[in-house]
Design a protein around this ligand. Sequence first.
Ligand code: A3P
Ligand code: MG
Ligand code: MG
Length: 380
Amino acid sequence: RPNRPQNQSGPSRGQNPHSSLSLSTRRELYERDFPVYKQPVEVGCFSLDSERRFFNDGRQMRYYVEPDRSPNFDLRDGYKDRFIKRDDSVKEKLDHMLRWILANRSKLSARGTTASSCDLDIDFVTWRGHLTKLLTAPYETREGWQLAVTRFRGTLYISEVETEAARRDQENRTERHEEMMYWGYKFEQYTCADTVHGRPDPGGVLNTNEAFCTVVQTRLADHRLLFSGEVDCRDKDPNAPAPPACYIELKTSAEICTPKQRSNFHRFKLLKWWAQSFLPGVPRVMAGFRDEEGVVVAVETFPISKISHLIKNEHNCWKPTVCMNFCSDFLSFVKHIATEDNPSVVYLLSWEPRRDVTFSVHRDSPYCFLPHWFVEEMTS
Ligand code: A3P
Ligand code: MG
Ligand code: MG
């Protein structure tokens, strides 16, 4: 495995919050006006099939079918005998996005007729999930992250590196936890059809290799972003607005029975739900509330635009502006430190809760993540 970052105990750590060597995640530093965040525009989509093969189209799109008032979905059904689990030991890094970029280069307008006319007109390329981790970092107390950054032809590519702690947690999961990770996907199977007039098929095999991903372009402050995120389903109404406004995020959560549970739901779960869907402009989350036995007892819609009002009564709660300002400052920090334009150089940004973000530089190391097929095709 690659070496640990070398400057983790560097002189500036934890002292100067905005020194050039580290970046603080302290909330107070990010409580200013909400930054500019342009309405995300879908520039394309892609699909991954049951064997995780890439297709430059929307063949894996699914259509939301409203459940009954008391659904009684058994989320445990099929776990033992009708479940094909994606092999998460295969690290795909940015590969699917890079394939999409190569197949759609002409759509990503180039900088006119200047010398760099074959370069992308984009500052950052990454997964939506990596940005979600940035948005929630000022409030995260448990899980740190590592993000590898490479500057190539003027664009900064950001790809996550699994932390040691995450790898340990994955190895030590209990059987109950393994099964509960299935429940979220099972809820999708109860509420989604493969065709616009179809019905859900909860008796079928559930294969988590399959995915439909949207690719959106937007701007946060002065950062031009291109990112992709998995989309659970869309509104099947032909009069629904264009993507991403017709997309629906599906979630499951434990049934709320006490004021304490409600408060925790607002403080922790809604933060994650808001960050994940706000980024690509997905306007609503459909939540299935389940009991201890994994039976969905109620469903409820959460419009993303209403979440910030819902949480206003919570004492000391999270704030969308802190999330977005931290993300914007993080991207500025990356632009500032990742100066060498070279596909075999990785700037590794590391963060642990209650610490500052620090970085180390790696040349021709196992952290390199831009594949040769991408570098060669972009250079030719
Ligand atoms: P829930 O979020 O309803 O638990 P997503 O909601 O992002 O579309 O993900 C679908 C499901 O994948 C989740 O449903 C959960 O079951 C599983 N899942 C996603 N991210 C996970 C993670 N980091 N750890 C464990 N399970 C995860
Ligand atoms: Mg999903
Ligand atoms: Mg979901």
